[in-house]
Design a protein around this ligand. Sequence first.
Ligand SMILES: [Zn+2]
Length: 76
Amino acid sequence: MKCPNCGQEMIDIKDFCINCGARLKTEKEGISLKALLLIFGLIIIVTIIACYLIMHYNEKKEIEPYLNKNAITEKE
Ligand SMILES: [Zn+2]
């Protein structure tokens, strides 16, 4: 691995360059950041889908509660 700042060749992967002290992006950090963004994105998508389904479910329930009796199995 080479330092992107000064080009110092490094044997061990460290957070900081031993030559110039520049902060290095380790592979581990890249994966965790990617995973964090992925999880954050998934939470947003799931929340949007959940809101959409809840809204439509309530709407349908109010309009036609007896027509789709087989679809709605919720006890009241
Ligand atoms: Zn360096």
